[in-house]
Design a binder for this molecule. Structure first.
Ligand SMILES: Cc1ncc(COP(=O)(O)O)c(C=O)c1O
Length: 388
């Protein structure tokens, strides 16, 4: 047996006992959203689609979106009939403000900004730009739940803000549409419950992660662990570059989920998590990577500092031979990700080489709340050992 099983599982976050004991209502996630009109949706993309509806008749609307994107935030905009036009994001994942301004025309209705990985160095400048030009700001916080910028919560800068909970929390579905400028809404939004099958299917990997973490920490059941974790890890480890570059089918927007709300399962679990504890653990893990990788010159962390208030989603790092390293880490049950490797087919990517560079080279290392310092040091060690 390789020594990987001697180490606690570093896969995706599952649940732990604490998930069911926390937390008092003044500290819960719902309190985080207290001051704004918030709709809890099945997925973030449902919220994006509704935002497009609220902007007015789609055929007249252009929205400027970042060139560095996942695709699943752009697709609902395209499907709504609005026009999504790109502005440049540079190799440091910063907005090219000159390019953004140059793209504003009389048809531009909104600027869509994504707070990448929990960081948002540009948000204030873009808020000012929107005010100056009379544009709507749509703030995508899918990657920045619980983050703040200069002591102001992300999600409060935009006229609309979009959230996606499964990226940070062990929940099977869930997003939010936060409407800070309520004049933009003509009537309250009626939502219906989602079907239970997709929710159930998404709950299975969370249960699996929970069992695996327990087994690796508290027992010596290496055969069981390999059976449970090994097959999917090995399958994913065999991904070749061409498969990675195709945007996965489930990133496309499916109109049948229009107007669906968060599931009861997620809503129940959300009341149990403590934002403050999650922020603390994620920050500690991020700082541990920075320290552990500081002499690995070949690695380039996207953010070498962790400003106060940032709740990092992952530790994004530019690495050589990213896909190969990703495969190795995955085969050791480490929840690394070749971040946004897939390309949306409707975007003219050749015009955006910097965004392509980020898509092809960023490896996102996990910092989630169930990982401790020992886990992070283990991951950092495995990363360094696997550098070609
Ligand atoms: C930046 C960003 N926004 C929105 C979404 C859509 O999130 P959801 O899967 O909850 O619809 C994603 C999905 O990966 C994303 O990365």
């Amino acid at each position: 047996m390789s020594d990987k099983n001697k180490h606690p599982y570093c896969g995706p976050t599952g649940l732990n006992i604490k998930s069911f004991t926390c937390c008092n209502s003044s500290e819960s996630i719902f309190a985080w959203f207290d001051n704004a009109r918030t709709y809890y949706t099945h997925k973030a993309r449902v919220a994006i689609r509704q935002t497009c509806n609220l902007l007015g008749p789609a055929n007249n609307i252009e929205i400027l979106v970042p060139s560095y994107n996942c695709g699943s935030e752009v697709d609902p905009i395209i499907k709504s009939g609005c026009k999504a036009l790109l502005y440049r994001i540079n190799k440091k994942a910063l907005v090219d403000i000159t390019d953004l301004e140059a793209n504003i025309t009389s048809r531009t209705k909104a600027i869509y900004v994504t707070n990448f990985f929990g960081f948002s160095p540009d948000i204030e400048v873009i808020r000012k730009l929107c005010d100056l030009k009379g544009l709507v700001l749509i703030e995508d916080c899918a990657l920045s739940l619980f983050s703040s910028h200069d002591a102001r919560k992300l999600g409060t800068f935009g006229d609309f803000a979009i959230f996606s909970f499964p990226k940070t929390l062990p929940v099977p579905d869930g997003g939010a549409l936060v409407i800070n400028k309520t004049e933009l809404e003509s009537s309250l939004w009626d939502l219906r419950k989602p079907q239970w099958t997709p929710v159930f299917k998404k709950m299975l990997p969370i249960c699996k992660a929970t069992v695996l973490r327990f087994l690796t920490r508290h027992t010596n059941q290496s055969i069981l662990i390999n059976i449970l974790a090994g097959k999917s890890a090995a399958k994913r480890a065999n991904l070749d570059d061409s498969i990675i570059q195709k945007m996965p089918d489930n990133y496309f927007y499916d109109e049948t989920i229009n107007n669906t709300s968060v599931s009861n399962t997620t809503y129940y679990l959300m009341g149990k998590f403590s934002p403050q504890e999650i922020i603390q653990s994620r920050r500690r893990n991020y700082l541990t990577y920075l320290e552990a990788l500081k002499y690995a010159d070949i690695l380039e962390p996207l953010y070498r500092e962790l400003p106060s208030g940032v709740c990092p989603l992952t530790f994004p790092v530019i690495v050589p031979k990213r896909n190969r390293i990703y495969s190795k880490l995955i085969s050791e049950f480490i929840a690394a990700a070749p971040w946004w490797a897939g390309y949306h087919p409707d975007i003219p990517w050749d015009k955006y080489p910097d965004a392509c560079f980020l898509k092809d080279n960023i490896l996102a290392l996990p910092v989630h709340q169930l990982l401790d310092t020992e886990d992070i040091l283990f991951i950092a060690d495995r990363l360094i050992k696997n550098i070609p």
